[in-house]
Design a protein around this ligand. Structure first.
Ligand SMILES: NC(=O)c1ccc[n+]([C@@H]2O[C@H](COP(=O)([O-])OP(=O)(O)OC[C@H]3O[C@@H](n4cnc5c(N)ncnc54)[C@H](O)[C@@H]3O)[C@@H](O)[C@H]2O)c1
Length: 316
């Protein structure tokens, strides 16, 4: 495919910045947009001076236009429970007005469109592992609803722009992903455990630690997303790593990597915390010839240098 001009919203975030890197590496021109609600300029520092990368600081909840683009990747949204509960109304807005504004842009320029959706659309799932055809079990008014329902609205909006306006849309349902540039203090499982272990603090586990999660390393996720963006598929596709770990097992992996004998402390489980999460990735495998390659042990090791630098920055 010849090089394209591509818009990435949420470019200063964890996944957005890795996506910009991948798209630039393919030879494309990239326009990154972010309002720094939860993003970090440092995630894009290595792109300063890159002539094929342009950055605009803006809130996508306001209508905007960056000129003709061939593709739009909509990744703007607070993503961790700490962030979206602090920025509840902003999260609802970016998942509604923000998504509609980016869809309008794709429609205007006949650009392909990919939206970063989430496994949270499944809520606390009654079907395990989660398949794309499962409609989910979401509490519409609970503390997580600002995120879950915004993402579900976004999916409806994306499906409508495909159905009514013929936009070439793609929906990826992302499962827990980690790696360098993950916010160090955003309360997500891997960042929490890594930072606590590196600080020599006790590792915190919410509930009894037997709830499960599946963790995907960032390079695997980005590869799946780029493949999906080139496909003809409009319906949602799960991308994640189906290896299922209890939170307790994950804490033990972190302990083994860092060589710490940190104590583990148990705290009450937050409301509506899902008990099981694991993607069924049969569709991604068949459609995209994709499956994750990086094990949790390898991924944690690849992330260690980044988390060490975060702890060093705190202590400086
Ligand atoms: N990381 C994961 O495990 C995961 C899982 C499922 C879905 N996702 C989705 O992937 C996307 C990226 O997540 P992330 O982990 O990189 O989070 P992140 O917080 O690191 O990145 C999100 C970025 O969006 C920006 N943003 C938020 N509101 C905005 C607005 N109104 N206008 C412009 N920019 C705005 C933030 O400043 C930030 O840079 C999100 O849509 C998230 O819901 C992530």
């Amino acid at each position: 495919m010849p090089p394209q001009r591509i818009l990435v919203t949420g470019a200063a975030g964890f996944l957005g910045s890795h996506l910009c890197d991948a798209l630039l590496a393919e030879g494309n021109d990239v326009v990154g947009v972010d309002n720094f609600a939860t993003g970090n300029n440092a995630n894009l520092a290595h792109l300063h001076g890159e002539p094929r990368f342009q950055f605009e600081e803006r809130d996508i909840c306001q209508p905007f236009d960056v000129g003709r683009v061939d593709g739009v990747f909509n990744f703007a949204s607070p993503a961790s429970p700490i962030d979206y509960m602090r920025l509840g109304v902003e999260t609802l807005l970016v998942g509604s007005a923000g998504t509609l504004n980016t869809l309008e842009l794709a429609k205007r320029y006949s650009a392909a469109y990919l939206h970063a959706s989430t496994s949270e659309c499944y809520g606390d799932p009654e079907v395990h592992p989660q398949v794309e055809t499962y409609w989910g079990n979401v509490n519409p008014i609970g503390p997580r609803s600002v995120y879950d329902e915004a993402k579900r609205f976004s999916e409806a909006a994306v499906a409508a722009y495909q159905r009514y306006h013929g936009v070439n849309t793609h929906l990826v349902r992302i499962f827990n992903t980690y790696g360098p540039r993950l916010q160090a203090n955003d309360g997500r499982v891997i960042s929490n455990l890594m930072m606590q272990a590196l600080r020599g603090e006790p590792l915190t586990i919410y509930g009894n630690g037997l709830q499960t999660r599946s963790f995907c390393y960032v390079s695997d996720l980005i590869e799946g997303i780029v493949r999906l963006s080139k496909s003809e598929e409009h319906d949602p596709v799960n991308i994640g790593n189906p290896d299922e770990w209890t939170i307790l097992e994950c804490a033990r992996e972190v302990q083994a990597l860092i060589g710490s004998e940190c104590e583990i402390v148990f705290k009450p489980l937050p409301q509506d915390d899902p008990t099981r999460r694991r993607p069924d990735i049969s569709k991604a495998k068949a459609l995209l010839a994709w499956s994750p390659k990086v094990s949790l042990r390898e991924g944690l090791a690849k992330s260690l240098g980044y988390f060490r630098s975060c702890v060093a920055a705190e202590q400086a």
